[in-house]
Design a protein around this ligand. Sequence first.
Ligand code: NAD
Length: 253
Amino acid sequence: MTGVAPAAGLLTGRRVVVVGGASGIGLATVRAAAAAGAAVAVLDADATGAADAAEQAQAAGATACAHPVDVTAEAQVSAALDAVAAELGGIDAVLHVAGVMRGQGTELADLPLELWQQVIAVNLTGPFLVAKHAVRHLGGGDGVLVLVGSKAGVLTGSGSVPYGASKGGLHGLALTLARHLGPQGIRVHTLCPGDIDTPLMRRSLDEARANGVNGAQVARIEAALGRPEDVASVLVLLASPASAGIAGTVYTG
Ligand SMILES: NC(=O)c1ccc[n+]([C@@H]2O[C@H](COP(=O)([O-])OP(=O)(O)OC[C@H]3O[C@@H](n4cnc5c(N)ncnc54)[C@H](O)[C@@H]3O)[C@@H](O)[C@H]2O)c1
């Protein structure tokens, strides 16, 4: 079953930052947030993709801006969030969607330390840095921080050792931040998607095949991929005050 877009006006007056908004789930979220009435800031390491996403939001009638940011670089994260707050007059929700999947099908004994460190840097240190520098802008009473994790590392293992570890760590980070930031009026969630049809997932399936993972198993995953738009709808809902009663981890197909 596929869903429908969130109600128009759900995010009217909300200023929403989508980190990793240039592609896949993040790009679908930029489009959905703009359609729901938000002013949208797109942060991504892909400067061209971020600018394109912001242009799409503007074409849909939204206020939008873009900033190139590598989430592993603290100075860039800090400066971009401050710049967005100045441009949009504040920030109400930060949706951290950026992430990488590498090492799919690589045996533990063959896993280079550098690959482990790259995945942990983007998928765990990145959300920490974004949260650290978002918090000074989100404390108005109905601020929202969502970290996109995965079912991998939370409900199941992963075909990639560093990916599963990073997403389990991100989940622990969000649970901990919820406890620390709740008293400051900031609602924190992890959103854990299943297998979604995005460039990350397509690359991951190719990597699995190249590393000799069972072809039938890969084909089964490929045949059942979900839509980025269905994850984006949930992110838009979580960014809205209509979700004030939702707590903790949220799962999607
Ligand atoms: N696609 C899936 O099946 C799936 C399943 C579960 C969780 N997820 C998670 O959803 C999120 C989005 O994944 P997607 O499938 O849309 O991937 P995607 O590759 O389509 O998009 C990821 C975006 O993150 C950006 N990014 C990567 N490294 C960055 C960095 N260092 N700094 C800033 N931006 C960076 C990329 O440029 C890209 O725009 C990821 O966190 C991923 O782990 C995806």
